[in-house]
Design a protein around this ligand. Sequence first.
Ligand SMILES: Cc1cc2nc3c(=O)[nH]c(=O)nc-3n(C[C@H](O)[C@H](O)[C@H](O)COP(=O)(O)O)c2cc1C
Length: 367
Amino acid sequence: MSLYSLIRPILFRLPAESAHQFALRSLRVSLASSVARNAVSRRLQSEPFGKLKRFGLEFQNPIGLAAGFDKNGSYVRELATLGFGFIEIGTVTNEAQPGNPKPRLFRLPKDRALINRLGFNNIGAKRVAENLRRYPPDCIIGVNIGKSRSVAIADAVPDYLASFEAVYDVADYVTVNVSSPNTPNLRTLQQHELLAELLSSLQRRNEELSKRGSLKQPKPLLLKIAPDLSESEIESIVDVALRTKVSGIIATNTTTSRDGLRTSIDEVRACGEGGLSGAPIRDRSSQVISFIYRNARGKLPIIGVGGVFTSEDAWKKICAGASLVQLYTGFIYEGPGVVKRINEGLAEIMRREGFSKLDDAVGCRVK
Ligand SMILES: Cc1cc2nc3c(=O)[nH]c(=O)nc-3n(C[C@H](O)[C@H](O)[C@H](O)COP(=O)(O)O)c2cc1C
């Protein structure tokens, strides 16, 4: 029995957001002295997977922390010690904003799920960048950027550009989030023309900034999409992504659907609006991943996210076409040991299935 399985019932008795803050602070205290030790153990994990080169970056292992857990980049050092191959912070917006009124985060234990309508609560892109500059982590860091709530969709481009510039030199990659259900109309930015304008503007600025600095190469720019899209909408997104040369797609964000839940309708209704994550979105996110993989003919690296709790779940995402995997809800339900367990389990599955490199398994079940 893990320590977390003893602590979890206590944590789960607290309101979900208070438990989250409490867990982060406890992590800081308990890991204060073990940063160096764990940095060594992390390095050992890369071996079973072969070289994991993705959009110009080399990953120690394929398991990352999804956006939304560390909105302000305040805990990256502690989180890195848990063995993540990469950590995506944010969503950050150009303007600091408090997010929606509380309560805004709910657990659905019968479904191993969460519903959230946090609404991009964050201290603003510039201050987040300062956090990362002050405590540079020993881990690949993605910064996820979104639109400030006060800014109209018509003015989204300059708002994203301001966040992009603010985080440019502290991010190893930048994710463009157009898929959160909790900022009104944000998801309309997934429409062909709006998306093309947003991504090409960001890529132009990317090019300019890379010439100014020592990088000489544009920063990997990824796009995060919703699970609630039709096949033709995904096709159109893949087309824009390829044309604007984004480095990859993150599939998927949370869903607005409430289909197929075990939790009673009344309990679900009581949570109100928000994005559903965890086990109920596992299959849908894998479908989206294989659809993208097939459509882009493997040319767009995919980060698979949605309902990953175990190494088997991560393996299914890889076989569906994901070359990296992230989790959030699984981390809440399974605790900090889950990262190591998934990595070890994945290495075991690869051996069992006869793969010596993870790269050879990516998309292996896509027809
Ligand atoms: C409480 C919570 C907050 C989230 N905040 C963000 C966010 O700010 N930006 C984002 O792109 N995704 C956010 N997500 C979505 C996750 O990154 C992930 O895409 C989604 O939850 C599916 O993965 P999971 O089933 O492993 O949780 C959030 C998810 C949760 C549960």
